[in-house]
Design a protein. Sequence first.
Length: 174
Amino acid sequence: MTCVTNLKQISLAFQLWDGDNGDNYPMELSMTNGGAMELALAGDVAGIFRTMSNELNTPKILICPQDTKRTAATDFAVGFSNANISYFVGLDANHKSPQMILSGDDNFVVNGKPIQSGVLNLWTNASVKWTFKRHHYAGNIALTDGSVRSEIPRKELQQAFQQTGLATNRLAIP
């Protein structure tokens, strides 16, 4: 349940940031305009969340309690990195498309291979499945409308990406 609450808070932080920045998420605005577009395109998930640090309040919500590989950071300053984050960010998410995937658990495989840190181009015909780690072949995702879909079964994860309306979902993986 804590993971769902974390994603709800992350979603709310994106909405607050969006409201203060001309209806744009950090990955939609260049760094010269206060955003994190260049960081996002480089797969720097920590940079995206650091840009939103005022809205997030604490980096502790960026760790899923079931993620035993990562540790929570105490602040967004020195040392804060992708190693302190359990959730991916949907690079093409925007408030105009309510069913876009904004963020979610990063414990999945694509075409049978574990995902790697960085930018993932996820085609809708790719086989995407949750791993056993964290939520036992299930996971959670936050949508741009502010909702969180919890405990999505392994077989429904691919459908969630297909429902975004994009042929390719670009994800920043921590």
